[in-house]
Ligand binder design. Structure first.
Ligand SMILES: NC(=O)c1ccc[n+]([C@@H]2O[C@H](COP(=O)([O-])OP(=O)(O)OC[C@H]3O[C@@H](n4cnc5c(N)ncnc54)[C@H](OP(=O)(O)O)[C@@H]3O)[C@@H](O)[C@H]2O)c1
Length: 327
């Protein structure tokens, strides 16, 4: 028997349940069976639990877009029993049963090996959110944005992608400004992660002008909507906005002005279907890129039995940093 979070559809109602007596035959077989040690709770997972039909199409279903653990058996000769592995995205926890399960079958085409310097728990404190932050920062480095080009603004700063981005960028010597809807409770936390300044949303210009004073060498945006629209008007000449999220809105109201008069770029990041080698490179380099205190200060470990209530908290913006789930 395994433990899992199971989503069910009964008539037209959805139900999420923590179960400790799921038969292993319930799992859909793929070529590699993993003993899941840790998973993590992302925005998408919280949505899958609180509003399943927004993420999941077939029921019953096991959510969880991230997992890390040890290989039990694999038909792929590149994997041996005991290998420490991590899998994120590619439909895990959306199309295929995911990581909120003490055992999981995963297609080996979607599995990365963990480097020796990264534990399965640390991997899940990074998870999809940290991986996305790593990919955002890879793009920023490709754009040749340097620490002395000026501050970088990060929106959704207290969330998983935002907090990871602050940690990595400040570790690399950038001046990071955190933009948050929760300045009062989270100011100290965000500064501890590495932000030099913390602004609340209403401190960001909202004067509707197509161009404003040039403030940011780059923006990493997790929220979309009005905040991103405003920040685009403040990016310095030849800077960029790297966008990955829609926590505020999927809409973006902008003009061509910052693009044609300041030569700025808008760069989209997807970590879900990113190719496996690119993900493997991120895992291989992750430990040295995050600030040392990240792994102690930015993760809260919760048992699988508490995932349902934490999902509500995450949707209601009551969570800061990363929630790691112990299986
Ligand atoms: N493109 C990809 O591959 C990819 C991968 C991972 C995540 N994402 C997306 O990126 C976003 C962030 O993911 P995450 O894992 O960091 O989520 P998270 O941990 O839930 O953090 C989201 C943060 O956004 C801010 N926020 C939430 N609602 C808001 C609102 N209505 N207005 C303004 N700010 C709001 C909050 O930060 P403050 O409290 O600091 O304001 C919150 O902590 C999500 O939209 C997620 O779906 C995309």
């Amino acid at each position: 028997m395994i433990s899992a979070i199971v989503l069910k559809k009964i008539n037209d109602l959805f139900e999420a349940e923590y179960k400790t007596n799921v038969n292993v035959d319930f799992l859909n077989v793929e070529d590699t069976l993993i003993e899941v040690e840790y998973s993590s709770l992302n925005y998408k997972d919280a949505l899958a639990i609180t509003a399943p039909n927004k993420i999941v199409k077939t029921f019953p279903f096991i959510p969880g877009i991230d997992l890390a653990g040890k290989v039990i058996e694999s038909n792929n000769k590149n994997f041996s029993k005991g290998d420490r592995v991590v899998s994120t995205g590619y439909g895990l926890g959306e199309k295929y049963f995911g990581g909120f399960s003490s055992r999981a079958y995963v297609n080996s085409a979607y599995i990365c090996k963990l480097p020796t310097n990264l534990s399965t728990k640390e991997a899940m404190s990074i998870g999809t959110a940290g991986l996305t932050a790593l990919l955002c920062i890879q793009s920023l480095l490709k754009e040749n944005i340097k620490p002395n080009d000026g501050p970088i603004a990060i929106t959704g700063a207290s969330g998983g992608v935002g907090s990871s981005s602050i940690s990595i960028l400040s570790n690399l010597g950038y001046d990071v400004v955190a933009i948050t809807s929760r300045k009062e409770p989270n100011q100290n936390y965000l500064k501890q992660l590495g932000a030099s300044k913390v602004y609340s949303l209403n401190e960001i210009s909202n004067n509707q002008k197509p161009l404003n004073k040039q403030l940011w060498s780059a923006v990493i945006d997790c929220v979309g909507g009005e905040i991103l629209s405003n920040l685009l008007t403040e990016i310095k000449y030849a800077g960029c906005a790297i966008i990955c999220g829609l926590a505020q809105s999927y809409k973006l109201n902008t003009t061509v002005m910052p693009f044609i008069l300041r030569g700025i770029k808008l760069i989209g990041i997807d970590s879900v279907y990113q190719n496996l080698q690119s993900k493997q490179n991120c895992w291989d380099n992750a430990k040295k890129l995050f600030k040392e205190n990240y792994f102690q200060d930015n993760m809260k470990v919760i048992p699988l039995s508490e995932v349902l209530s934490y999902s509500e908290d995450l949707i209601n913006k009551k969570v800061t940093g990363r929630l790691v789930i112990s299986l």
